[in-house]
Design a protein around this ligand. Structure first.
Ligand SMILES: Cc1cc2nc3c(=O)[nH]c(=O)nc-3n(C[C@H](O)[C@H](O)[C@H](O)COP(=O)(O)OP(=O)(O)OC[C@H]3O[C@@H](n4cnc5c(N)ncnc54)[C@H](O)[C@@H]3O)c2cc1C
Length: 484
């Protein structure tokens, strides 16, 4: 029974952490009792109309570990995290009734599907709703109205942000939280049960690094990579790497689940600069965090248009969509080692370098003439760091229908291979059985050394894509949003 205190339900969505937690900021600890909830929405995770689930095994395992870690932290602080599977607009009214909740508190997300769900929850719930503004790196009162005037070009946004907007400071974490006592036999929900029903677990044995979900592991990676290993010092020179665990921060899976806050990462770079060195590399990590911020605002600005074939730029490219081309790309069997090695790394580990992502995305949408959204969906399935804004924003950009001021930009795969994998070490690591006996650049062109011909020849197919892009009609309004 209630004791006069407000009973508040905290709906944890993509901020699965204790540090810098926006939900704690809105609590009145003297007058509120609290309980948390995390919901696995089948529409977001289990839907498989393209022949594969939206959330694949690597990300699901990472997410469940993250939720388990948050539950342990909340328990230590004095409260509980309920875990449920179902649609939030059904689950939340039910829990609100069962636990006599007075107030529901959540953080808004930039995604259009997420915002629709927020509206459905708000209209169905019998409790006061506090919807906090999206969690941003930069200090802004109203990200939604800021987004409405966002420049289409990143560098314009960056210059404005660097001159005029401060980075926001991390929020403080309460040492204890007054929980809502649960009725006897009330089911808290067990992530292990979900794992049993929806995970087919696989471990990539060739992976350079094992990603473990949860705030503790995210903070540990931050400490290790930046401070102990001192890798930030050379980040600008190493960040285009392909092999190994330290060439880039690998913070993305923790940032995407919110187990690590972008504010905390930015603050640590400033602290590092005070204590060790300030150089182009230390600046560059914040530069990349601004890209992340830009894509979040870009999604807020464009909403469902980001998921259109024609993208936010409204360029009406049509695609041949040969299913065998898509399959060869997805399964890493195009016959072009640089593409296949990256695609194999992605499906075995749930991770791919930024260089790899740019090249394979360009290759699918341009050389293979396949709708970029098919690729975005496959990334969504595989990536442990999947985040709607970064994934769909970068895909649209790579396909030439997104936030890019320049003209046609297609990657020459063999040039990329020469620049970033000159000895063929990366492709040999992922495709050892195919490249036996080949060395250096020969590893990137096995068809010139007795191997089978690739599904398309890289140069010819890129020229054809350029012509299609240049001739594509420019639209005033985009066609209907993509729903798989
Ligand atoms: C087609 C495509 C799809 C992508 N999908 C995703 C995705 O779903 N989720 C995701 O987090 N990133 C995505 N990225 C961006 C980028 O590739 C990854 O953030 C980066 O490779 C993660 O590795 P890292 O943490 O070591 O990055 P670092 O180089 O160490 O960068 C630090 C952080 O900056 C942010 N960042 C860096 N580059 C970008 C970028 N281009 N866009 C947005 N944020 C960036 C990330 O949060 C990253 O963790 C995508 C890029 C492409 C080209």
């Amino acid at each position: 029974m209630t004791n006069g205190d407000t009973r508040t339900l905290l709906w944890f969505r993509r901020q699965l952490r204790m540090h810098d937690q926006p939900l704690f900021e809105c609590l009145d600890q003297d007058r509120e009792q609290t309980i948390g909830i995390w919901i696995v929405d089948p529409r977001e995770h289990l839907d498989d109309t393209m022949g594969f689930r939206r959330t694949g095994p690597h990300r699901m395992r990472f997410l469940l570990d993250t939720a388990e870690s948050l539950r342990a932290s909340l328990r230590r602080a004095g409260t509980e995290l309920l875990i449920r599977i179902g649609e939030p607009e059904c689950i939340l009214p039910e829990v609100t009734r069962d636990l006599e909740i007075d107030r529901l508190c959540f953080v808004q997300e930039p995604g259009s599907e997420e915002r629709e769900i927020e509206r459905a929850v708000t209209s169905r719930i019998d409790a006061r709703v506090t919807a906090l503004a999206p969690d941003m790196l930069l200090e802004m009162d109203d990200p939604v109205s800021f987004a409405s005037t966002l420049p289409e070009v990143f560098s314009k946004f960056r210059r404005h942000a660097e001159k005029r907007i401060d980075m926001a400071r991390s929020r403080s974490t309460p040492s204890c939280i007054r929980g809502i006592p649960l009725p006897r036999d009330f089911d808290e929900g067990v992530p292990g049960d979900l794992a049993g029903s929806i995970i087919e677990s696989r471990d990539g044995t060739r992976a350079a690094m094992k990603f473990r979900g949860g705030e503790i592991h995210g903070l540990e990676r931050l400490r290790h990579w930046m401070h102990e290993g001192d890798h930030l010092r050379h980040y600008k020179e190493t960040r285009n790497g392909l092999l190994g665990s330290e060439y880039s921060s690998k913070f993305s899976p923790w940032l995407a689940t919110g187990a690590l806050s972008s504010r905390r990462v930015a603050e640590e770079t400033l602290e590092y600069e005070d204590r060790r060195i300030a150089n182009e590399s230390t600046y560059w990590l914040r530069f990349e965090l601004l890209w992340r911020e830009f894509f979040r605002l870009h999604l807020l600005k464009h909403g469902p248009a980001l998921f259109h074939r024609t993208g936010p730029a409204g360029i009406s490219l049509t695609y041949r969509n040969d299913p065998s081309h898509f399959e060869s790309w997805r399964t890493g069997t195009t016959g072009i080692p640089f593409i296949d090695a990256n695609m194999r790394e992605l499906s075995e580990t749930g991770f791919m370098s930024n260089r790899g992502r740019q090249v394979v995305a360009s290759f699918l949408s341009k050389n293979l003439d396949v709708d970029w959204r098919w690729g975005a969906r496959w990334f969504e399935h595989c990536l442990i760091d999947y985040c709607p804004a970064a994934n769909w924003g970068n895909w649209a950009y790579a396909a030439g229908v997104g936030a890019d001021p320049r003209g046609f930009r297609g990657f020459d795969v063999l040039k990329q291979a020469r620049n970033y994998d000159p000895n063929g070490d990366y492709v040999a690591h992922w495709l050892p059985e195919r490249l036996d006996g080949l060395h250096g650049m020969a590893r990137h062109m096995p068809w010139k050394h007795g191997g089978r011909a690739p599904v398309v020849m890289p140069e010819d197919s890129l020229d054809a894509a350029r012509t299609r892009w240049e001739n594509a009609p420019r639209l005033d309004s985009a066609d209907p949003p993509f729903r798989s």
